[in-house]
Design a protein. Structure first.
Length: 152
């Protein structure tokens, strides 16, 4: 267990925040990841906390640099990861024969239209509440992913 909080370089998925917190508190980093995911799904605060920690907490290998340097480095890391993900999404969207993308896109458009109609007062649907719709959307996306994997 470290006496100082650092972002881990050996136990990282995005920025090493959960790995560093796990090491600092002496608990499994996957438990911390689960907590962040739950906070992100409940009210989105998990994403904000994670991004803030990514900026504020220095990397494990940056011991002797100033606070401004590690914040700048964290911001550059975030930008690099975002560019890499954007490139990957661009490559994936250019691939042909992607029925799952068409299905998910159609579902998102349909949900957007339904929510817009409800917000405008045109559609009065009691079932169309975010606390019900969010789990349904997750189930549908999971089914689409499994259905796509089955065809491979």
């Amino acid at each position: 267990m470290h006496h100082k909080l650092y972002r881990s370089r050996t136990d990282e998925i995005l920025g090493g925040v959960c790995g560093g917190l796990g090491d600092y508190f002496g608990i499994d980093s996957n438990l911390i990841r689960l907590i962040f995911v739950i906070l992100a799904l409940v009210n989105g605060i998990g994403v904000l906390i994670y991004l803030a920690l990514w900026l504020i907490v220095p990397r494990e290998d940056f011991v002797d640099i100033s606070a401004q340097e590690w914040i700048r480095t964290g911001a550059e890391e975030m930008a690099g990861k975002a560019r890499a993900w954007g490139d990957e999404v661009g490559r994936a969207s250019q691939r042909s024969n992607q029925p799952a993308g068409v299905i998910i896109g159609g579902i998102l458009i349909a949900l957007g239209v339904i929510m817009l109609l409800r917000n405008l007062g045109i559609l009065r649907a009691a079932w169309l509440r975010f606390d019900i719709l969010w789990p349904v959307l997750l189930v549908v996306c999971g089914i689409v992913i499994l259905w796509r994997r089955k065809g491979e």
